[in-house]
Design a protein around this ligand. Sequence first.
Ligand code: FAD
Length: 454
Amino acid sequence: MTFYTCLPLALRQAKLLATRSFSERLLHRNLSASQTLNDKHECQVLVVGGGAGGCALAAKLSSRLGRNKVIVVEPADKHYYQPMFTLIGGGMKRLEHSYKSMAEVLPKKAKWLQEAAVEFDPESNTVKTSGGNTIKYDMLLIATGLQLNYNKIPGLEEALAIPNGKVCSIYSPKYVDRVFDCLRNIQGGDAIFTYPSSPVKCPGAPQKIVYIAEHYFRKLGKRNDINIKYNTALPVLFGVKHYADALWPIVKKRNITVNTRRNLIEVKPGQDIAVFENLDNPSERFEEKYSMLHAVPPMSAPDALTRCKQLINEAGFVDVDQSTLQHKKYQNVFAIGDSSGSPNSKTAASAAAQSPVVFRNMIAALEGKPLKDIYDGYASCPLVTGYNSVILAEFDYSLTPLETFPVAQNKERYSMFIMKKDFMPLLYWKLMLTGHWNGPALMRNLLSVFKFGK
Ligand SMILES: Cc1cc2nc3c(=O)[nH]c(=O)nc-3n(C[C@H](O)[C@H](O)[C@H](O)COP(=O)(O)OP(=O)(O)OC[C@H]3O[C@@H](n4cnc5c(N)ncnc54)[C@H](O)[C@@H]3O)c2cc1C
C-alpha cells in the first residue's frame, strides 16, 4: 500500500516543522484559507467532510492517533442536524435549534481546514482544496454527503426564491423555513409533495412531511378543502415491506393520494404548475396545478467527488466494499455516510452504525492488519406520522427489520415520537459527533431478552 512507502510519520513531521516559518508554527487548529494559501499539508488521516459521519470519525480517529494527526477539510461554518428539518417544516422546532458552529463540533485534536476539496488524486494520495492547498495523506476518509441538485429541475429555484411563495422544501436550510409558512398559508386546492428519481438522504422524509401536513390541516379545520397528493418516483410507498404494509392503511385512512413512478421535471412558478413524467412511460407528462408544492430535489455525490472516476462506482458514489467500507481499489481510502456506494439507506443512523466499523478497519489498515469489522447495512428511519406519532423503521441490507426495542415498531407510537423529537438530537450532539455513539447494536442486544413473544 502507498502509505507504507511514505517516510515514517514522525520524521516527516519533524522535517516539516523545521522548515515552517514562525507564523506557521503558531498555526491553530482552524487553518484559515488566508493562512494556508497554496500551502502543502501532510497528515496521517484526511477526513473530507465534517458532517454527521466525518465529524464522528474525526473524533474517534483524532482521539486514538493524537493531536494534529487528522485534518478535516470542510467548507461550511455551520453543522446542521438535518433530521430536525422535518420537524421545522411542521413548526415543531425552529431552524436555530438545528445547528451549531462547525468550530464547536469538530474535535479539538484535529486540524480543520475550512475549504472544499476540489480534486481527489488517489494515485498520489493527495486532495486539492478550493484555497489552492494540496494535502497529502496516508489514509483518506470520504464523508462528503449528498449534493442537493435543485437546479436540475427547471423553474424550481425560481419558485423557491419567490417571497412568501407556494413552493418549499425541507431538504435545505435555505428553504426549510418556507415549509411551515406554506402549511399555514394554503387555504384550499391541491397540496402536492414529491420524491425524486435519484438516491435520497432519509428516504422516509419526503412522506413524513406529508403526514405532518395532513395532521396540521386537520388541526386547523381546513383539511376538507385541501387535496393531498404524494407523487413519488419510487414504485413503492416505502422500500421495506414490513413498514410499507403499516403505512398504506395510514394513507388510505387519511385520504392521501399516492401516485407512484411520478417524477417532478419542471415547475412553472408564474402559473403554479408542476410538471411530472411517468417513469414507466417517459413520453407521458402531466401538468398539475398546485396551491402548495413540497419539492424534494434530485441528489448526487458532490461534483468534486464524481469528477474523480477512479473513486466512484457507476451510480457516482465511493466504490467501497459494502462490508468493510474500504475502497475496492485504493486500500487507504474509506467512505462513511451518504457519499458511500454501499447499498444501505442513506441516514445519519447508518453513518452511526458504520462509524465503529470504519474506525476499526482504518486503524487495522494503518497498522497493516486484516480488516475484521463488518457493516450489516443497518439504517433507521423514524417515520413521523403527525404531531405525536412515529413508526420507527430499522432494517439492514436485506431490508429485513432489525429493531432495537421489544415492542411492535411498525405501529404508530408517542414514545418513539418523543425519542425522535427530544432524545435523538441530544444523542447526536453529545454522543455521535464526539465519537461515542456506535449505533444501537449494543442496546438491541441488551433489550433482546425482552423480545420473547414480540
Ligand atoms: C430533511 C431530512 C431529514 C432527515 N431525517 C433523518 C432521520 O430522521 N434520521 C436519520 O438518521 N437521518 C436523517 N437524515 C439524513 C442525515 O441527515 C444524513 O444521512 C446524514 O447527515 C449523512 O451524514 P454524512 O456525513 O454522510 O453527510 P452530511 O451530514 O450531509 O455532511 C456532509 C459534509 O460534507 C461537506 N462537504 C460537501 N462537499 C464537500 C467538499 N467538496 N469538500 C469538503 N467537504 C464537503 C458538507 O459541507 C457537509 O458538512 C435526514 C436528512 C434530511 C435532509
